[in-house]
Design a protein around this ligand. Structure first.
Ligand SMILES: [Zn+2]
Length: 144
């Protein structure tokens, strides 16, 4: 994904668009402060469709991130799995109505030039643990 990939989000949802690809961690600059290594690639897929009567984008992202364990400060591998369902509202008013019906809704306002890489970056950041840690027993401090 060297060139910026953009879609018309509402059109993509309503026409059941499909695309997938790979994205290097180098390209996701907003993640860089959290990573101990920028090497690696994320696999992503995007599908348009409907959910609960609303046009949606379904975004899947898989990969492995090296984060910093907040207990021992050593790198810890985080297996990343994002599966987001993102309703696409026509405008702010429609999104506000949907959010009043469903406070957990993770919706977006229709965007004729939605940057797919920005969307992936947003959803990956949202999915990360607030405090990354090794699993119990695998932490560097577990031996102390
Ligand atoms: Zn640790």
């Amino acid at each position: 994904m060297s060139a910026r990939l953009k879609i018309d989000s509402l059109h993509f949802a309503e026409t059941a668009g499909r695309m997938s690809g790979e994205c290097s961690l180098q390209e996701l600059s907003r993640l860089h402060d959290l990573l101990t290594s920028r090497e690696g690639t994320l696999h992503w897929s995007l599908e348009g469709g409907r959910d609960a009567g609303r046009p949606v984008l379904r975004l899947g992202v898989q990969g492995r991130l090296k984060l910093v364990c907040q207990r021992c400060l050593a790198p810890c591998v985080h297996p990343l799995t994002v599966e987001a369902i993102l309703p696409i509202a026509r405008n702010e008013e429609e999104l506000a109505l949907w959010e009043s019906e469903d406070p957990l809704l993770d919706g977006l306002v229709a965007e004729p030039h939605l940057d797919v890489r920005d969307l992936i970056e947003d959803e990956v950041l949202l999915s990360l643990p607030a405090i990354p840690r090794h699993p119990i027993g695998e932490c560097g401090q577990a031996d102390d």
